[in-house]
Design a protein around this ligand. Structure first.
Ligand SMILES: [Zn+2]
Length: 262
């Protein structure tokens, strides 16, 4: 229960601070925010409900099978080392999971819901299809089990990941000099915008959500949009103007076949 309260508390605090940031210093004018917020917040609610049902089940399964199991417990490392390694490992896993969701056709069907947002702002950070959320949860549970990742590290990582996802979807930008420094470690809004481009080449770069080191290490980092950051077109890759008109359309997107360049 403490875990749940901390998660919600931090979420509300960071979400409202970022709304404040993008409200006073918007990067681009948001013309469709009402409809987008309706879709994105609805997805947040549906996703949260699914997680609330499935998570206790997964956790008890992991607890049941992970008794003295897991790579970390075999290595006999001190807690602080296990904690730091777990954070790095989980973030690296999320990076590769994200790359996989772009590469594998049936996973892309789910993930393209996130990319169908025609504008970006803090609410885009929660725009995920519930099936993608449940799949991510299973992948994470598997890693927790295999490596014996401690509960504290999972909680801190989840908070860091959610906070940075909200931060890098915000419709605002850091001052140029600070941004150049921050993006050597963290994924910034300028970096993540490029990942939301309608150009496939750009959408297949900057996969990180928290640390930017993985994009640098695995050579997927792109510092600027091909036609300049100001001319970047946000939306579903390989489409010109596509945007879902209703929540139902958002939810059935994975099961529809799309023609290119709509
Ligand atoms: Zn993506």
């Amino acid at each position: 229960m403490i875990d749940f309260t901390v998660r919600i508390g931090v979420f509300v605090l960071i979400f409202s601070s970022l709304i404040f940031w993008q409200w006073y210093w918007p990067r681009a004018s948001l013309l469709q925010w009402k409809q987008r917020w309706r879709h994105n917040i609805s997805l947040l609610m549906i996703g949260a409900l699914c997680v609330r049902i499935i998570q206790p089940l997964l956790l008890s399964m992991v607890a049941l099978f992970s008794h003295n199991f897991g790579l970390f417990s075999m290595l006999g490392l001190p807690f602080w080392a296990v904690f730091l390694l777990s954070i790095l490992l989980l973030d690296c896993l999320i990076y590769w999971q994200h790359r996989l969701f772009h590469r594998v056709p049936f996973l892309w069907r789910l993930h393209r819901v996130h990319h169908s947002d025609p504008e970006l702002d803090v609410s885009s950070a929660v725009r995920f299809h519930p099936i993608e959320i449940l799949l991510s949860l299973c992948i994470k549970a598997l890693a927790v089990w295999l490596f014996g990742i401690p509960f504290e590290a999972v909680l801190v990582f989840d908070i860091l990941l959610n906070a940075s996802a909200m931060f890098n979807h915000t419709n605002a930008r850091l001052p140029v000099k600070i941004e150049a420094w921050v993006k050597t470690i963290l994924v910034t809004p300028d970096m993540h915008r490029i990942h939301h481009s309608r150009l496939s080449l750009e959408a297949n770069s900057n996969y990180g959500f928290f640390l930017s080191i993985w994009d640098a290490l695995f050579m997927s980092k792109r510092n600027h949009a091909l036609e300049g950051d100001e001319n970047l077109k946000i939306g579903l890759p390989e489409s010109k103007t596509y945007q879902p008109a209703s929540l139902k359309e958002v939810l059935v997107m994975p099961f529809k076949t799309f023609k290119r360049s709509r």
